[in-house]
Design a protein around this ligand. Sequence first.
Ligand SMILES: Cc1ncc(COP(=O)(O)O)c(C=O)c1O
Length: 402
Amino acid sequence: MVRTPAAVRDAERWTAHNYHPLPVVISSAEGAWLTDVDGRRYLDCLAGYSALNFGHRHPQLIAAAHAQLDRLTLTSRAFIHDQFADFCRELAELCGKDLVLPMNTGAEAVETAIKVARKWGYQVKGVPAGQATIVVAEGNFHGRTTTIVSFSTDTDARDDFGPYTPGFRIVPYGDLAALEAAIDDTTVAVLIEPIQGEQGVVVPPEGYLPGVRRVCTERNVLFVADEIQSGLGRTGSTFACDDEGVTPDMYLLGKALGGGIVPVSAVVADAEVLGVLRPGQHGSTFGGNPLACAVATEVVRLLATGEFQRRSAELGARLHESLRALVGQGLVAVRGRGLWAGIDIDPALMSGREACERLAERGVLAKDTHGSTIRLAPPLVVTAEELDHAVEQLAAVLAGAR
Ligand SMILES: Cc1ncc(COP(=O)(O)O)c(C=O)c1O
């Protein structure tokens, strides 16, 4: 008996409808492949929104998790555990920074950065109490908390969740002059994604990120790079900022840092920035727990080899070349870098959602965003043949609608 329809119905019945998932019910996975409750196999071209950069159940990460589960899982930060220092040191070294503040979800890392930037503004920069401002970009996606949705420009994400947190100035993404004009003596930080993932893998114009760096340095403002989705190998470099030769003052990391096993996020910065926090001013019961640290340390070690960044760069070039060949054949635009692509389907053919449903029928899982856009972000362990297969299925879906 086919199990999927009942499993979909059950899931819909018992959950709040804050997501609109594709009607597939996954029961196991390995590498770049998922298997559903009816035994159908799918190539994963979303990778948990980049949380699965190393694929499903990477053996080194699973081994670290198993070993840690058998020894120690949680202490809280009231005590120090033996996985903590290695994780913080190795991640700080990967980032070229002094200190690490571990949290759990991406949104928590962003909230942490906002608090740290404001405190830095009052204590180091000398901004008058309660006046701090942070410059953010239109089309941003930084998470779902009430403060973060306060500066979202997506009406679905923001509407009816007020009253909103003040202190944010929104400027067009990629417009350096507008960003510079929004900065004044109250500005403590510029918070941006080096590539806007949720917005459809939007890459800013060349020179924008170095420009943001220059302006932040000149105006004594912290450059906070939200690399939660763009970082940790996704673009073909360790960080998307690397592609433009830029070093921010704070890296915000999440998603892939937990190896697709546990939620792990972190704020990474130098001591003059993170050093503003004192005991009692910020924290999390689960942040930096032993299981999280054991897995995330192995993630950092995988990245330190450079292998995943190399794969992403090389295979990404292949992916983008074959996707560009579909422009005019049902695609109207292709954006992105490395194994990360935002593709716009010709809206006259079908919506992004319909395209994803048809791809799923052909054994390829991807997710639409903003109407006619699909985001492709396969695990970095995907092979060239698997990528070619995914693009062939996309071409077939587009051809079938023309
Ligand atoms: C750039 C960026 N920042 C923050 C977040 C929020 O992360 P989380 O869902 O783990 O809270 C996301 C999630 O998609 C993201 O893409």
